[in-house]
Design a protein around this ligand. Sequence first.
Ligand SMILES: Cc1cc2nc3c(=O)[nH]c(=O)nc-3n(C[C@H](O)[C@H](O)[C@H](O)COP(=O)(O)OP(=O)(O)OC[C@H]3O[C@@H](n4cnc5c(N)ncnc54)[C@H](O)[C@@H]3O)c2cc1C
Length: 449
Amino acid sequence: MAAASTDTARNAATAPNAFATARPVASLWAATVAGRPAFAPLPGDRTADVVVIGGGYTGLSTARYLAKAGLVPIVLEAGRIGGGGSGRNGGVVSGKFRLGFRDIANAHGIETARYMHDLGVEAIEHVATLIEAYDIQGADYRPTGSLRCAHNEVSFAALRTEADWLRNALGDDAISVLSAEEVAAEIGAKGFVGGMLNTHGGVVHPLAFVLGLAAGLVRDGVAVHEATPVLRFRREDSGVLVETPSGTVRARQVVIATDAYSDLTGATAKVRTSVIPFRSAMIATAPLTGTAGEKLLPTGRSYTETRRMMRWFRKAGDRLLYGGRGAFGKDDSDAAFAALQTAMVQQFPELADVPVTHRWSGLVAMTLDSLPHLGRLDDRVVYCMGFNGSGVALASGIGRHVADLVTGGRPTLGLVTDTPLKAIPFYGLREPAVRVVAGWYQFLDAIGR
Ligand SMILES: Cc1cc2nc3c(=O)[nH]c(=O)nc-3n(C[C@H](O)[C@H](O)[C@H](O)COP(=O)(O)OP(=O)(O)OC[C@H]3O[C@@H](n4cnc5c(N)ncnc54)[C@H](O)[C@@H]3O)c2cc1C
């Protein structure tokens, strides 16, 4: 894979339009992860205390804490570990929910907002705990913080108000406001009128992180099986019978941790209509050399912008990664990747002739209230999903609380546990609805509103 990418990059570098000849297909993470452990499919019939459906951050962190509580979990992953969002995301470690803390305070009170803010900070810190616990060196965690860049004065005024509120109401001293000049120095490009710096969080190699979690669990004696889709499960005696193509598992409980990939089989039909899968796409450049290499994103943070159809960027080694909305519908499209590259070059003209060597996408799970939810479907089935595109820290940190719920505790995670996952009204119309909303947002962005 790496060799093919290098060839593509070399050919593309000589072409007038680098994108025209660059046909990269795989993620940068898959191309750069050092070794990929294999996890055998479920080999026949087994018993366990808990079956965890889904081998991403949520499922694996849940299995970790179930095992720590003395139970026997078994993780069943339909595809490959990290094949969902966890192995293909941007690697931005953030404690933010899609719903802002000020909106949470306005609707639910300051104590709820404070609680959820602390939950986010705790989740960020927990990323380092997991990496250390399993010695996941390839995760390359860098606590560099993040910078939100304002694309116009209205957005900058809103950022300043938000920063004041976060500092004064929540006592968040990681937040500061940067001027246009300071943002330009941070990213090596002009065009933003100011920004909000948050020194919490950082960046990670997401695939190495999730594979390291799975490998660490296996070393600790936890069963993790790839290529094992849960086809269905049903109540039986005092527990559940879980069926897969290569065997069954009898267990006392099931945890559904399938986020945006909840429509792979009928097993998760009860939660499927509570999330809208929305495609998020990314591109990565060839290694930057010369001026571009020295000048762009020298602080190595993650960067987002304030447009409604948000785009974001970061460095990974000496490459620049640029992300945003992917194609609508079930498949990737060249047009969506080309749109990302055009936006990237508008932002960073130095990249006009730099080839894109990798491009990929995945699904994020949007919920009705823009929040993830942890709860019970009944006495034997727990769900935890709906990370709304912000799950590297939150999903990998939530396993402690999922395990608590499974073992009879009553975790209180503010709105995450106190409000249930709600079905999306008119779910059958989700694809046209997403197009209409995205089109409207793009229009507002284009006219600078
Ligand atoms: C392109 C992209 C960029 C992103 N960037 C960021 C970022 O920078 N920072 C951030 O915080 N978040 C980001 N996210 C979101 C983040 O990746 C997710 O929130 C997170 O990975 C969710 O983890 P999870 O374990 O809940 O779900 P997933 O990792 O999606 O895992 C769910 C798993 O369930 C499996 N599954 C489904 N059905 C079955 C079944 N019946 N049987 C067995 N297994 C099943 C799927 O195969 C899948 O592997 C991004 C997402 C995408 C797609």
